[in-house]
Write a protein that binds this ligand. Structure first.
Ligand code: SAH
Ligand code: SF4
Ligand code: F3S
Length: 479
């Protein structure tokens, strides 16, 4: 039903400036949704499913904020949803397989719910072949857009709802950053803030620079304003997000540097805890270490993705550091910030990885004493330089992967219980899923503790004594 609305006129009268244009379409969508509710029994329920990293989760919060402003209500059940959006990932092949499986299973629901809009956005939609595949094999996917136009959801949704036709818009890259759009956090007490978008590093295995575009830093004033708003809104912990936070501002002449920005965020009155992700080892500065040292509310956790311990492989990966310089950085961090937990990402089976290269990786794992590590089997990504290099046979990769996993587990076991019997400040995040009457809190160093407590404490900072170490987590008592 089109309720005698002249949709052409609505599009013709839309403001050209952003974000005004999007607010206009949010209002128009809301009006349409209200009519559909009244005359068609439209429930206007939505679900946003995040399939990727923290960037993808942040996009998910923006999608959610826009949909709420358009008059939709969030649900956690896809059978009740009139709009389902996927914020996709394409970092490894299995991420793509997961999306196809999920969308395939929605066909039946689509057939039973007329007018349902299944939409896909995110990194995977920046790949032409994937979009072609979705167009061809999943005719019931009605909305497709990419990472550069997440902010346009209201306009695109309005186009899909008003035309009843499939709406597709993919932009290759953009220099534009649209500020001041709605965003709804998953947790009231913690939030994340983009400090930069995209990546310029072109690590040879990685698809991110192709699907997220060139690095674009936000203005420090916009970032600080958003952080202040979060604090005013009850947020106790803020995570600053960038593919490489250390290169923040390099694209803006005279910009604030990342250590300066981090210090300014940490100094916002009422800011209880600040985290950041991700810091590339190639340009983590002494200044950053000093800023962390002098600000107790900056989390004692550095995620320092090493990818490989072999200087030869690191060179082929285009990572701009060596085994020695990485270890030197680890030593410096350990000396200056002894209470920091260090975590990392490691790829096994990068093209051309020889046994001796892999031994170097094991060496670094032994020496760096990581608190934990994410280990990945190299996944060939079409269009990246490494995809054309000679691949390592699968059985060898699998063997190495198992050996690495054992080494990583040994290294994190060595760190176990480092804070045992200490009294620490934790952010109480949720009810413990496995034990009634227990809550789960997060330490500054990102490790979890379970302790007895009342649900009302969720979303507050509490002092907890760590009584028992269970490896990746503790049991404790409220002080
Ligand atoms: N910007 C971050 C990484 C983002 S991607 C950084 O540079 O540290 C997250 C992790 O996915 C990477 O650290 C890497 O370990 C892994 N990864 C990226 N591309 C991959 C690929 N093609 N195969 C396997 N793992 C990959
Ligand atoms: Fe990918 Fe490298 Fe950029 Fe990280 S720094 S997103 S691994 S290209
Ligand atoms: Fe993140 Fe995956 Fe994209 S890791 S940046 S959602 S490819």
């Amino acid at each position: 039903m089109n309720y005698n609305i002249d949709f052409k006129e609505i599009f013709d009268h839309a403001p050209v400036e952003e974000p005004e244009r999007q607010y206009y379409f949010m209002d128009r969508t809301r009006e349409l949704v209200e009519m559909k509710k009244q005359y068609e029994g439209y429930a206007a329920h939505f679900m946003v499913e995040v399939m990727g990293c923290q960037m993808s989760a942040k996009d998910g919060e923006k999608l959610q904020g826009i949909l709420e402003r358009c008059g939709y209500t969030m649900t956690d059940n896809d059978r009740d949803s009139d709009v389902i959006l996927f914020s996709t990932c394409t970092i490894r092949e299995n991420a793509n397989m997961k999306l196809y499986g999920r969308v395939g299973r929605l066909k039946h629901q689509y057939e039973n719910r007329p007018g349902m809009i299944i939409g896909i956005t995110g990194c995977m939609m920046q790949e032409k072949d994937e979009v072609e595949g979705i167009k061809k094999h999943y005719p019931y996917v009605k909305l497709i857009f990419g990472t550069h136009n997440v902010y346009k959801l209201a306009e695109l949704l309005y186009a899909a709802l008003s035309s009843g036709k499939r709406t597709i818009e993919i932009i290759d890259d953009t220099k534009m950053i649209v500020e001041d759009l709605p965003s709804d956090r998953k947790y009231k007490f913690k939030g994340s803030v983009n400090i930069s978008y995209g990546c310029n590093n072109f690590c040879t295995y990685c698809i991110v620079p192709y699907v997220r575009g060139r690095e674009k830093s936000r203005n420090a004033t916009d970032i600080l304003r958003e952080c202040e708003k979060l604090v005013a809104d009850g947020c106790l912990e803020v995570t600053l997000l960038g593919q490489n936070v250390n290169s923040y501002g390099n694209d803006i002449p005279g910009s604030t540097s990342f250590p300066e920005l981090l210090a300014a965020v940490a100094e916002i009155p009422g800011m209880k805890r600040v985290r950041f992700m991700t810091s590339n080892p190639k340009d983590l500065s002494d200044e950053l270490i000093q800023v962390i040292k002098t600000h107790p509310n900056i989390a004692r956790h550095i995620h320092l993705p090493m990818q490989s311990g072999s200087s030869a492989v690191l060179k082929k990966m285009n990572r701009h550091y060596t085994k020695e310089s990485y270890l030197e950085l680890v030593r410096k961090i350990r000396t200056e910030l002894p209470d920091v937990s260090l975590t990392t990402d490691i790829i096994v089976g990068f093209p051309g990885e020889r046994d001796e290269d892999f031994r170097d990786t094991l060496d670094v794992v032994k020496e760096a004493h990581f608190d934990s590590a994410f280990t990945f089997i190299y996944s060939k990504r079409t269009g990246t330089p490494a995809a054309k290099m000679e691949q390592v046979p699968e059985d060898i990769v699998k063997e190495r992967f198992d050996e690495l996993l054992a080494a990583v587990q040994k290294s994190s076991a060595e760190n176990e219980g480092r804070d045992l019997h200490h009294e620490v400040e934790v952010l109480v995040e949720e009810k413990n899923q496995n034990q009634d009457g227990y809550l789960t809190g997060r330490l500054s160093n990102n490790i979890l503790v379970h302790f007895k407590g009342n649900e009302e404490l969720i979303g507050t900072m509490q002092k907890v004594r760590l009584d028992e170490s269970k490896g990746f987590y503790y049991f404790g008592t409220l002080c």
